[in-house]
Design a binder for this molecule. Structure first.
Ligand code: ADP
Ligand code: MG
Length: 240
């Protein structure tokens, strides 16, 4: 579903991705972990061309999205992304947030879009907030809405970039539960997180990123108990 072939990315003279090779099969959950500044967000952002690789290829469902004349909007429609900060439209209600793109981009009728939105609000446990504005929600609620909003486009791929890093500790669990509920339902997921217990529990594979490279790509149980590289061992010693 997602394939990187020798992807390099530089910002000016700073090379932040130094040859990433990665394959994520349909329905798999792959977690990227590693030190701050190692390139994790840049890898995720190359998956939907929020960043364009300097060289190498990114394939989505077998299609090279780095080729010239790619229909970027068409690709992005199929890839939901949830960031650390919730990015809800503050001047729209939850329902308006959730139906805006499905109506505009997927051409659903207002009724269809609202029906779909209510199903997803049920999934994230927030039906009673349909008419609320984001400003009235807690951080955990906002993030659950952001996930539901992304799902409203019925993407085949979901990207999560530190979805719980900006939350107060008591709200982390409710958001992780929602993500866990999505894992292994057929949707392909790539996520960056510092929640190591969660990564271990939910991932099919863990990729340890350091200094612009995938240093290890392993089964989570194996990675967390016996990391092969010294760099991963040092990282785990610091975070666990
Ligand atoms: P991570 O998510 O692992 O913390 P990032 O992918 O965000 O790392 O960043 C990797 C490196 O690229 C960092 O040194 C960061 O400062 C740099 N970087 C990221 N985005 C930009 C940008 N738009 N312009 C310049 N440098 C960037
Ligand atoms: Mg990041």
């Amino acid at each position: 579903m997602i394939e990187f072939r020798d992807v390099h990315k530089s910002f000016g003279s700073l090379e932040v991705l130094k040859g990433i090779n990665l394959k994520i099969e349909k329905g798999q959950v792959v977690t990227l972990i590693g030190p701050s500044g190692s390139g994790k967000s840049t890898i995720l952002r190359c998956m939907n061309l929020l960043e364009r690789p300097t060289s190498g290829q990114v394939l989505i469902a077998g299609k090279d999205i780095t080729a010239p004349k790619t229909d970027i909007q068409g690709i992005r429609k199929n890839i939901g992304m949830v960031f650390q900060h919730f990015n809800l439209f503050p001047h729209m209600t939850v329902m308006e947030n959730m139906t805006y793109a499905p109506i505009r981009v997927n051409k659903l009728s207002k009724d269809q879009a609202e029906q779909k939105a209510m199903e997803l609000l049920k999934l994230v446990g927030l039906t009673e907030k349909a008419q609320s504005y984001p400003g009235k929600l807690s951080g955990g609620q906002k993030q659950r809405i952001a996930i539901a909003r992304a799902l409203a486009m019925e993407p085949e791929i979901m990207l999560f970039d530190e979805p719980t890093s900006a939350l107060d500790p008591e709200m982390v669990k409710e958001v992780l539960e929602v993500i866990k509920g999505l894992a292994h339902t057929g949707i392909t997921m790539a996520l960056v997180t510092h929640e190591m217990g969660f990564a271990r529990e939910v991932s099919d594979r863990v990729c340890f990123i350091d200094n612009g490279l995938i240093v290890e790509d392993a089964d989570p149980a194996e990675f967390f108990s016996h990391p092969k590289s010294e760099r991963a061992q040092n990282f785990l010693d610091m975070v666990l």
